[in-house]
Structure formats: C-alpha cells, structure tokens
Design a protein around this ligand. Structure first.
Ligand code: SF4
Length: 374
C-alpha cells in the first residue's frame, strides 16, 4: 500500500479530536514509552503536553547528545534557479510574481561554489524552483558532476522526479533528497497550490517512496508549519516517517520544521506556531525517534536558533542566500523567502561552540568506494 492510500484510510477528524482531548495522564504515559509509538507522538504534540515542555526539553537534549554527540552538521543551500512553473501562494518564486528570473550557468555555479568553499562548507543543498522544461533532469545531469567535484555531500531540493531519474542522479553523486509535502491536508494543499504540476498532491506524496527505491542515502521530509493545524500536520509527518522507515530501511531520514515566513506576494500564516510550540514539536520528534536528523533553517531568529541547537537539532544552515547568484552578488532581490538569522557561517559556528557544541563542516568522504561485496 502506498502512503497515499495509507493516508486516505486515516480518519483526520478522529485524530484531531484525540489530539485536542488528550489529558495530562495520557502525556505522562507517553513520556514513559515515547519511542516509535504514534499514540505517544500524538500525546506529546497535544495541547496537554505544553505543561511538560521543560521535562521534554531536558530529555530531548540528553537523547540528542547521546546519539549525535556534541555535533551539529553544517550545510548550505546553493540556489540554481528561481524559475518556477507553479503557483504556491506562500512562495516568492511563484510563477505570477514579477521578479527577475535566473538560472545559473556552469560558470555561474562555479563562481558561487568558489565563494561558498571559502566559508568552509563541504555539504551542499542544491535548490531550484520547479520548472521541468528549463531546469529539468538534463540540467541536473550536467550540474551534479560539477558540484560533486567540490563538495563531499550533495543534497537536492528540486521538483519531484521519476524513480529512474533519481537513480541516474545517484550515479552522479546525489546523496540526499529533500521533498516537503507542505501539508498533509489535501483540501488545504489545493487552496495553496493553484497552478502547475505541484497541484498533484498524490504525486508529490509518493516522491519519498520513489527516492527510497532509487537508493538515495538520505531523505528529508517536512511540512510548512502554518498552512494548516500544525499539531495534526506534525502527527501525520510522524506517520509518514514511520511508514517510510519500516519499508525503506536502507535510507536515513531527516525532518525539516520550517515555519511560514513572509515573502514577495506571499500570505501570512493562518495557524501560527509560537516559539514555545516549535520547541514542543522538536522535542516530541526527538523523543519519538532518536535516530532522526532534525534540521533548522535560517528562517528562525538568531536568538531562538541558539537556544534550539541544544535541544534536538542536528543540522543547520547559516550564512544562507535564497536567491540564484546570491553568494557572489548578495544585493540582488530574488529571494524565495526572508531570512531571519542573518549571521555569517563563522558567527553561527562561534555561537554553536559557545554552547559547548561542535559545528561539523565535513562528516562524509566520498572517496571511499567499496570494490567488492563481503
Ligand atoms: S514553493 Fe517551490 S514549487 Fe512553489 S512556487 Fe516556490 S519554488 Fe515554486
């Protein structure tokens, strides 16, 4: 059964009712057996768990250090293109937004990489709008080998591709794919995605399964917090993660928990997730899944990020630009969304060290290739 069918069989109303009628007793029970239990995750995401945030934070912090040591992985997005054939009302790259469109040539990518390499980064996330004719598989097949020459770990956040295309890209050095469902509510999804291929909820939802079958090492899933009820969306993210881990156990998984940010022509959040709520969410996922990588982008403020580093976050970006060519020309105005933490990578690295943690710029060496099976 695909995750799309799995989701169709879930009773959203019943889950929502359960979330909002959870009691203190339920949360106390969940805290005894949180690992891998979707019922416990539900309780930890409920309003009733707000009274336990301090306890959850202490445990989350200890579990994260136990599994990941004092390490915080550093990655940087490299925006390849802001061309997009979709209309998503929360995104500055939406096709109807009047902004200068640009797709980086190999020369442009080389220039961006030269600036990025000087900052010490060795993990790169290639990002583009979703425009399959102009920024499609042929473009990616040209770009990946070039980028892989300079970065040991290469992730992509682009339009959903076919399984065979992901397989081809794995052969060219692809290590990870980030593909976010934005919301697990099909009605809300339809309201916010009004033009283009992204309107196909089921195709997007099936993407992590295609990525896993193609043998990609790491798969990132997530929701855009603020589009719909964040507690329910987060719970369904937990269902999605459990579904994937139980079937495609050869891949590793990460979740991203971005809150809706202002952008060109965009909307304001309908359902606000407070800072306290974000802490609850991170801790609930850490207690639920101790192997899980949790990443945090520069959408959050410097002060909040400094506090969250310790609690359960394992990967962060810093000194990011969200526009093509933005590292060479930081003044261009083509941003996908506004950045809140505007510190340089070095400043964020120093803030991580001040917390007694270790910013890790490189934790992957692609030179080792097995030559035979044991
Ligand atoms: S969210 Fe992605 S698909 Fe939607 S407009 Fe932005 S870049 Fe395009």
């Amino acid at each position: 059964m695909s995750f799309f069918s799995y989701l169709q069989n879930l009773d959203r109303d019943k889950l929502k009712l359960k979330l909002y009628s959870t009691t203190r007793d339920d949360v106390e029970k969940a805290l005894i057996t949180p690992v891998g239990s979707l019922d416990s995750l539900l309780a930890l995401l409920s309003p009733a768990a707000e009274a336990f945030i301090e306890q959850m934070a202490q445990r989350s912090k200890a579990l994260t250090r136990q599994r990941f040591g004092a390490n915080v992985g550093m990655y940087l997005p490299l925006y390849l293109s802001n061309l997009c054939a979709n209309e998503c009302d929360y995104c500055g790259f939406s096709m109807s937004n009047k902004l200068k469109r640009e797709t980086l040539s190999l020369k442009g990518i080389d220039a961006e990489m030269a600036v990025i390499k000087k900052t010490g980064y060795d993990s790169i996330l290639l990002v583009s709008g979703e425009h399959e004719t102009k920024v499609g598989i042929d473009y990616f097949k040209t770009v990946l080998p070039r980028v892989k020459q300079h970065f040991s770990y290469l992730a992509m956040e682009v339009q959903p591709l076919k399984e065979s295309e992901y397989r081809d890209l794995v052969g060219l050095g692809l290590d990870a794919v980030m593909v976010y469902q934005e919301t697990y509510n099909p009605d809300t999804y339809a309201k916010h995605h009004t033009r283009g291929k992204k309107q196909d909820f089921a195709y997007r939802l099936g993407t992590p399964e295609r990525v896993a079958r193609a043998g990609v090492d790491k798969i990132g899933i997530g929701v855009l917090l603020g589009l719909d009820d964040w507690r329910l969306d987060a719970l369904l993210l937990g269902h999605h993660l459990t579904y994937l881990e139980s079937r495609y156990w050869r891949s590793r998984y990460s979740v991203s928990l971005p809150r809706l940010r202002p952008c060109t022509g965009g909307i304001t959040p309908k359902v606000e997730l407070t800072d306290k709520g974000l802490v609850q969410l991170i801790c609930a996922f850490r207690l639920f899944n101790q192997q899980l990588e949790i990443s945090l982008s520069t959408r959050e403020s410097a002060q909040l990020r400094d506090n969250l580093f310790e609690l359960g976050i394992t990967n962060i970006s810093a000194g990011s630009s969200t526009q093509p060519g933005g590292y060479v020309n930081p003044d261009t105005q083509l941003n996908q969304f506004d950045i809140s933490d505007e510190r340089s990578a070095q400043e964020v690295g120093a803030a991580i060290k001040a917390k007694g943690l270790n910013p890790v710029w490189k934790d992957w060496e692609s030179a080792w290739i097995p030559t035979h099976s044991p």
